[in-house]
Design a protein around this ligand. Structure first.
Ligand code: HEC
Length: 155
């Protein structure tokens, strides 16, 4: 039989192990989009849009849409820097690009269609974030973040 003192002692040991375990755990990954949202630098739709963008678009367009994604060198024409180009693309055309790719506007087929894999909320959020990314010379709304985080967009 385990006496009350030994039981208490084993509880203390267990508690210490839990504390030690917490200490040893790596700090949670910094989430720049979440921080920008908390600071008020991004609205909720913009933050969601940027998350979707980081997951689906940044591999070509770069994390801030500056045309510097890891796959950009591979594309002809390359993805443009949104700060310089996007102001010339009306919102309705941005939507058509998201849904049908640049080919939907008679441009190259390099920007793939996403119509079936994004729901309307995702598309609306992307459009909200693109609005910010389009500001010429705008200071980034948040620090650069790596493209592939695997984090899910806030729902
Ligand atoms: C496979 C690489 C790739 C992916 C992934 C991609 N794009 Fe593109 N995108 C391009 C390229 C290349 C162009 C330029 C094509 C052209 O001019 O014909 C482009 C052009 C665009 C444009 C027009 C920009 C301008 O200023 O003229 C928009 C808007 C756009 N992409 C949005 C998106 C969004 C939103 C996503 C994610 C849902 C996305 N793209 C995913 C490669 C990509």
């Amino acid at each position: 039989m385990i006496g009350p003192t030994r039981l208490a002692a084993s509880r203390v040991v267990a508690a210490l192990l839990v504390v030690a375990g917490c200490r040893a755990a790596p700090p949670p990954a910094r989430d720049a989009v979440q921080e920008a949202f908390r600071d008020g630098a991004l609205s909720a739709p913009e933050a969601r849009g940027h998350r979707v963008f980081l997951q689906r678009c940044a591999t070509c367009h770069g994390p801030q849409g500056r045309g510097d994604g890891q796959n950009a060198y591979n594309l002809q024409p390359p993805p443009p820097d949104f700060r310089e180009s996007l102001a010339k693309v009306p919102r309705a055309d941005r939507r058509r690009i998201i849904e049908g790719g640049t080919a939907a506007l008679g441009r190259s087929p390099m920007c793939p269609p996403r119509g079936r894999s994004l729901d309307e909320d995702d598309v609306g959020a992307l459009l909200a974030w693109l609005e910010r990314a389009a500001r010429p010379g705008a200071a980034p709304a948040e620090p650069d973040v790596p493209a592939a985080r695997g984090a899910r967009a806030p729902r």
